[in-house]
Design a protein around this ligand. Structure first.
Ligand SMILES: *[C@@H]1O[C@H](CO)[C@@H](O)[C@H](O)[C@H]1NC(C)=O
Ligand SMILES: *[C@@H]1O[C@H](CO)[C@@H](O)[C@H](O)[C@H]1NC(C)=O
Ligand SMILES: *[C@@H]1O[C@H](CO)[C@@H](O)[C@H](O)[C@H]1NC(C)=O
Ligand SMILES: *[C@@H]1O[C@H](CO)[C@@H](O)[C@H](O)[C@H]1NC(C)=O
Length: 797
């Protein structure tokens, strides 16, 4: 025994720096920086990662990034002390993480009579191996929130987000295989849980998901192609580049694929599953509304009558400023309803009742006493209303295109109070970064040290093992809208996204008679759907894409929802036919209206602002997730108020997937006159190509001169689209005053009626957008911001 103890102490004091292997009977100490395993390629490390003050988690990290990127943790919910904590490979074959004092925090619970060693492989997998190389245990089998290429996602393990970007303990969002074999995302909060992806109105079958394949596995390959046994698949925007990648269940509920940019030593998002952050459940907690603006990102608000619970943590939501007895049956007379327009509260319906009036709906809510907090009212196809009494105000989001309305039940005293409808409480991003976790180190008493060492030496069976493996909950989908047929139809018409048959669309268009447009990949026809909605139906030229892949992408595009993007109502996949069904715009496109006097200056400026907002939303901040690649006046449609809606987005992804093995952007896209120089010079294609095209469109709107027309006037050998730009730049350069160049370039159709400061800002921004160097161009959300700043500045005048 004494010899054992002696040997043990010897091992503990030995340091194994800069090696990828930990031999049996040895330990890594939290106190020694050098006690870290390093993969032989130097790109991954396994060691103690600091998560708070004097708090560490044993982690596998990627080391090439500026800050180490945590990929895996051993029991992230119980950090260990900064002193006297060890990861040890016991001689019995158990790999154990012990806290100061010897408490087992995590273990592999493996036993082996043969000699084992731990090895950190070049792909980030931490292995427990026999000398013959047989794998006894591997970190790839128990992921935390990150999946690496070649690491399978299985039924047994899912991905669970961390609590926040800086708090690594278990969070609320899970990627998992459901009981019906479909890969889903689940919000599992402290009191509620619900599935938010795929969205409940999209039946698996309608989006190409199979419920029959019981394999339940998914795999990301190193080129950026993800495939799941239920038929879901995607490719990263940089497919098939050979780079480091990781798929992460982020703490904000979005599943994102990151690619490592070697040049900047940073991770870039190359795919994400939910384009609209407010569609993620639970993100703002109860009694709140989520709002997303491409310029400022996501914001949470408390509903009127409610106040924020914890300003540092929005997921806690808001609590009432009144007591629950204030809305109980006894106080029925003193209750009223607050109208909250264009808002959706998802789920938590008491039931659905057809009603004739708002009053009738409110009475149902009142009769439910404190069990009903609000009602949602929706027009239905029988020309009366569906009334949804809400038992909870959860998953609230601001949704301009939603055709229902919310009436919030509140005590009259609060209704009459002067606070605005919504109390603005923007998220405080800096909170959470500085939180410290304190763990106090108490020097162990002599006796306990001895017994600790004795246990250490003999290992087996001494402990009551406190198993601390992550437990994965395979939860049934709960708290959804009831799944009646009527309900399904209601959901379909509410979101307007559905699958049509070819025959339906053929009859809607009377055999594809009335052609209203022709664009990349297909012809657009006017049609009337069974419910008398007038639609624009685009028939894609050829079926270059498999059905599953088409459906996967359609379901993503179908989720996009912005007032400046054309609404997609549905699609059709029928044999080789691929059709898309959109809302129909009476006023046609910007191109139809530009050369004439339909658009006065105010309208033109609004078109510029709205188009910028729509594109900014597509680009989703710095995430280059959907590039339009063909921004031009023909693709900007005008609604009844001449407000713009960008059309034809997402098609660049849908149409060109036939060139396998090539980057999805290997072919020149877009329209002459509007194409950025990157296409011509074969440079990297980023969202800045859309910024460029947008700039050209704006200059065209201001000047009333098409970039192509300028081309025919001037005859230099330069690239065509430079003509309009060069011409305007020259005019400005040689003008003595601002008013002078404006007069020269402005569209004569405006007959001198324009706002000088708006023209100035618009031309200035547009010229920045058409810089040859893409890095000089602003992002689309910066453009929207600059134009809106000007708009706001003008308001008080
Ligand atoms: C089920 O999924 C696995 C893994 O993706 C695949 O290999 C297999 O062909 C699928 N089976 C069927 C019947 O589609
Ligand atoms: C829904 O619940 C309310 C209150 O309990 C009740 O009056 C109403 O009849 C119910 N509607 C249906 C369709 O069951
Ligand atoms: C955000 O939180 C930080 C740290 O707690 C605090 O210093 C700062 O004032 C807060 N900002 C706002 C706008 O509340
Ligand atoms: C992380 O979040 C968990 C759960 O909310 C909390 O118990 C823990 O104290 C947090 N840790 C830190 C370092 O803030």
């Amino acid at each position: 025994m004494h010899i054992n103890l002696f040997l043990l102490l010897l091992f503990i004091s030995t340091s194994y720096a800069a090696t990828d292997t930990l031999p049996e009977g040895s330990s890594l100490s939290v106190e020694k920086q050098s006690d870290t395993l390093l993969s032989s390629n130097g790109d991954f490390s396994a060691g103690f990662f600091q998560v708070g003050e004097n708090a560490f988690c044993f982690s596998v990290c990627f080391t090439r990034s500026k800050e180490p990127t945590v990929l895996w943790m051993a029991n992230r919910d119980e950090p260990v002390n900064g002193k006297d904590s060890f990861l040890s490979l016991w001689k019995n074959g158990n790999l154990v993480l012990t806290d100061a004092g010897g408490t087992v925090i995590w273990e592999t619970a493996t036993l082996s009579s043969s000699k084992l060693h731990v090895k950190l492989r070049n792909d980030g997998n931490l292995l427990l191996l026999t000398s013959k190389g047989t794998i006894i245990w591997q970190s790839f089998d128990s992921p935390t929130d990150t999946l690496l290429p070649t690491q399978p996602l299985t039924e047994r393990v899912g991905l669970v987000s961390s609590r926040s970007a800086t708090n690594h303990s278990t969070g609320f969002y899970k990627l998992y295989y459901d009981n019906d074999n479909v890969l889903r995302l689940l919000y599992k909060g402290q009191t509620f849980s619900s599935v938010y992806w795929p969205p409940s109105w999209q039946l698996p079958i309608n989006i190409g998901r199979s419920t029959y394949n019981i394999t339940k596995t998914a795999l990301l390959d190193s080129l950026g192609h993800f495939t799941s046994s239920d038929g879901f698949q995607f490719r990263s925007t940089d497919y098939p580049k050979k780079v480091y990648r990781r798929l992460k269940m982020d703490s904000d509920g979005n599943l994102r694929l990151y690619s490592f940019n070697e040049e900047h030593k940073m991770w870039e998002v190359t795919w994400q599953v939910v384009p609209q952050p407010c569609m993620i459940h639970g993100i703002c907690g109860a009694n709140s509304l989520c709002n997303h603006d491409p310029n400022i990102g996501r914001t949470c608000y408390c509903l009127k009558g409610f106040k924020i619970k914890d300003p540092n943590d929005w997921t806690q939501g808001c609590e009432p400023e009144f007591s629950s007895s204030d809305i109980s049956c006894g106080s029925r007379e003193s209750l009223g309803f607050l109208h909250v327009p264009t808002t959706e509260l998802y789920g938590y319906d008491w039931n659905v009742t057809r009603v004739k009036s708002l009053k009738e709906c409110q009475n149902i809510c009142l009769s439910l006493c404190d069990k009903c907090v609000a009602v949602q009212l929706k027009f239905n196809e029988f020309s009366d209303y569906n009334c949804y009494p809400k038992t909870m105000a959860f998953n609230g989001r601001d949704s301009p295109n939603f055709d229902g309305e919310i009436y919030l039940k509140l005590p009259n005293a609060i209704l009459r109070s002067s606070t605005k409808i919504l109390k603005h409480s923007p998220m405080n991003c800096s909170v959470g970064l500085s939180q410290k976790l304190n763990r106090f180190y108490q020097p162990p008493e002599k006796n306990s040290t001895l017994s600790f060492l004795v246990w250490f030496a003999f290992g087996v069976g001494v402990f009551e093992l406190s198993t601390s493996f992550l437990v994965w909950f395979f939860l049934l989908r709960t708290s959804k809208h009831p799944d009646t047929k009527d309900q399904q139809h209601h959901l379909l018409s509410a979101t307007g996204f559905q699958r049509f048959t070819y025959a339906e669309l053929k009859s809607a268009t009377k055999g594809f008679k009335e052609e209203v447009g022709r664009g990349a990949g297909g012809v657009v026809y006017k049609g009337t759907l069974y419910d008398n909605r007038v639609a624009a139906i685009k028939r894609l030229n050829e079926a270059t894409q498999g059905e599953a892949e088409f459906l996967a992408e359609i379901s993503t595009i179908g989720m996009l929802n912005h007032m400046n993007l054309i609404d997609m109502w549905g699609y059709c996949v029928d044999g080789k036919h691929r059709l898309l069904v959109y809302e129909y715009m009476e006023h046609g496109s910007l191109a139809d209206n530009l050369f004439g006097n339909a658009l006065d200056w105010k309208k033109r400026f609004n078109v510029a602002v709205g188009t910028a907002k729509g594109l900014a939303y597509l680009h989703e901040e710095c995430l280059e997730w959907i590039l339009h690649c063909d921004v031009k006046p023909q693709n900007i449609l005008l609604d009844s108020n001449f407000l713009p809606k960008v059309a034809d987005f997402g098609l660049s992804k849908l149409l060109n997937r036939d060139e396998r093995g090539n980057s999805s952007f290997s072919r020149i896209r877009g329209t002459r006159g509007y194409m950025a120089p990157e296409w011509v010079y074969n440079l990297r294609i980023t969202s800045k190509v859309d910024v460029y095209s947008y700039g050209i469109v704006v200059l065209e709107m201001v000047s009333g001169r098409s970039p192509m027309a300028i081309h025919s006037l001037e005859n230099s050998g330069d690239i065509e689209q430079h003509r309009l730009v060069t011409w305007i730049r020259e005019k400005i350069k040689h003008s003595p005053t601002c008013a002078f160049w404006m007069e020269e370039i402005i569209d004569p159709n405006l007959e001198g009626n324009y706002d000088v400061s708006e023209v100035e800002v618009l031309v200035k921004v547009a010229l920045q957008c058409v810089e040859d160097d893409m890095n000089e161009r602003p992002s689309m959300s910066q453009v929207a911001e600059m134009l809106q700043a000007n708009q706001n500045k003008l308001l008080p005048r």
